[in-house]
Design a protein around this ligand. Sequence first.
Ligand SMILES: [Zn+2]
Length: 425
Amino acid sequence: MAKQVVTRTYRARICNYSQVQNDLDSLGFAASKLWNVGRWTAQRVWDACGHIPGANALMTYLKNHERYADLHSQSSQRVLQELGEAFTSWYGKRRNGDTNANPPGYRKHNDNHPRSTITFKAAGFKHDTHNNRVRLSKGKNLKEEWSDFVLCEYDCIGPSDRTIENVQQIRAVYEHGIWRLHIVCRVSIDEAESPGDGVAGIDLGICNLATVSYGDESVLYPGGALKEDEYYFAKKRAETDDSASREARRLDTKRTDRRTHFLHTLSKDIVSECSKRGVGTIVVGDLSGIRDDENGDSRNWGKHGNLDLHGWAFDRFTSMLDYKAEERGIAVVTKSERNTSKTCSACGRSDDRQRVQRGLYVCKCGLVANADSNGAENIRQKVLPNLATDGGDRDNGWLAQPAVRLFDCSEGRFAPREQVGNREP
Ligand SMILES: [Zn+2]
């Protein structure tokens, strides 16, 4: 079978944590300080000549700056690239008319610097495959006589049979009060044959975390189990007196692990259902550029709410879906979600002849659909050529009666509602 090479990121915990914590802290602070120096420099150039320097210009200005040598040169480079990317993303939002978008800020809380992510590229680390160890280079300024690198012993989170090799990049990330390693590898996988020509559309939301439309069938994945979890952890967190305590940190880690597990299970189930139905392309609504034109209020995220889950979960979910689909030969494409919740998926109109009431989308053309199913079908149609908009006389009763797949806590997987319901006492 043909092979293809893909990129994977594995998370790992650090086994010799107490030995390396101080070093990682110093590097994380150094990355924040360099970011701030870059941010300040960008501001000065901006004030003086009216444009913001890009990452390359910043590197030229700052490569002899004292803070640049706190990190390995490639790590410093990456900090300034991130700053450049943050400016670019801000211009993009402004160009799209988002007047509330702010330029990247300083990384500072009063007198404290937060611990920024440190990226180690090829020349900045040495990986020992056999012993699960990695040496991370420090900058010139932070080297001491006895050590010019941080030696981390790690243990991968997830399947334990995995061999970590062909490492491209390592990131030290401060996650809820604890340093973790994100190890980016090149992995060779079997090139899977596409299951078919079918197209599925996925609408992501808060109430129904995902709604999938297959064109003749629609499936809802309610987010209830995840929401209950969030509620539980928020409550527990509020009961701890000290938000920096070990208990608070334990709760945060556990919450993240459970979210991650939930999203893995969800993406796995969707990919497997798609595969069964001969789907070769999955279309996902892209939330990053979303803007509510009609209300003229760019902060209004409508049905997506502003749950703290929102950005985090959707980014993670999409990347999980991406690689699981890839392994099955299914392509994932993202399309803007703009107007997909307002447009009628049967007649294609989006005027004042439609209304959404209690989760039902009703159009004068006769369509009555579950609102999320209608959205998912609109997303699906974004990659279909010349779909007939024939006034809604197609058979689309399936849009009104989506199937529901629920998370079965005892089994740790999704199953049709009927089956999950039967297990309850
Ligand atoms: Zn219609």
